[in-house]
Ligand binder design. Sequence first.
Ligand SMILES: [Zn+2]
Length: 496
Amino acid sequence: MTILLMLLTSCVNNPSMPSDSVPIPVERQYVSADITYSESTAQYAFRLNMDSTETSFAKYYFEPGIEDEEREACIETTDDLLSSQSLQDVVPEIYIFSQERYGYKYIDDHKLYSSVQDWRSIEYITDVLLAAYDEGAHYGTAFGYANHLAKINQWDSYDSKFSHPSVGDVFDLNYLCFDEDFVTDNDVVVAKEMSCDFVEWYLKQQGEQAFWQLLSSCSRSVDALAAYYQENGVAYAPSSIQYGAGGRSYDYIVYSDSGTFYIAKDWTDINAEYNPLITDGFLHSNYTDTKAFFEINLKQMKQYQDLFKLDDYNHNLEIVFSKPIAASKTSFYQSLNHRIYLYNVDSLMHEYIHALTMPTASMKRWQVEGFARYFSYYYDHYGMALLNQDYNHTPDTATTKWIHEYLATLDRPIDMAKDYCELENIAIYHFGFTDPNADYVVGSSFVQYLVKQYGEDAVVDHIYGNGTPLPKTYVELVKEWNKYIESEYEGYSKYK
Ligand SMILES: [Zn+2]
């Protein structure tokens, strides 16, 4: 059945049909297609029977009930656009739903999911270009080019002009710079007009062939944009972080070499009230804060890759910022799907260490949690902010006496980036822990001890690399570490 239908459609739409054959009257042939729609990791999904057809340039799927006239307008515009491009092996798929079912947009793997709209709008043309080239392409570059194509077709278009946004970061011209939740209404207008001007400038200088390369590579777009600013006398290095549309479930998606971030629309940080870096509407508004968050964390992720030097990393990582799902109230790494569920940003680096090292079920707790805890102190801007707030504002009680004893030795507030080793060891001493598997902090203190004896490389290699043994046995090392804690911190009080 399927094969027969495929033959039928390929026959009807065969682009290489000999020129002397009789043209087939425009009577669009549709086949019925069962599709499953889902947004990556989100629970939101539906199945639908759609009407599917194919042209030389794209595959189209329409929700039954969408009028023929509407379908033809969509196909005509989209085919017109795609026919002017040079897209070798790519056949984008365009899925169009009614506004009632799906008033969002989502682009994934050359598939555009959207709804009935003005097919000649710059926004729709931009989405088609992103689906055709790369969903993570630089948004301003695609937008400016969509405007260029609209102009050629004499459709409504924007003026293109260079101007200065009120917030300098808007010069990045990425997807969030076009979103009124993240920048001001006026800055969105600036972003649109400047993107158009940038693309016209580039096309005039380099031509269309060279321009197409920009749509396949965000970093090339960013380099070209930097050159454009230089020519306009603006000293600005645009951010190369790639953002894209998040469909119904996500506010937006961030694409990177180290993983893909999905920011659920209803996500809020569960530690917001304790972490001074979490502002109102964090990661859902304020482009400057959002940009800082991703720039800092993506940099830290690279630092961990360099620190561990493991042979291969699986960068196909999904990091889902979501509300706590039923099973767990704390952020966690799920090895089965190579996915992090993140409820609080202060846990991101801890979970990322799990994702890089991918611990196995046979490992001991200190090797998994002690390791992640210890190394997460190295590069963790948002986690440190939370810990510093916590340690410096803890009331003096029987269980927190050791913190105040340590504070009394300093002439400054606690800074966990400097104090984590001492504080963990003092805690171990105070509570009298001796088993590295007792708790995250205990395991961390033991890992700290090993790193101080043998260096980071040996410890990483021992646990997650080639498994090269350390010079002493585990039992010997634990004994040594117990002794070290007892003698080094004997000035501190003991619990009870
Ligand atoms: Zn963990």
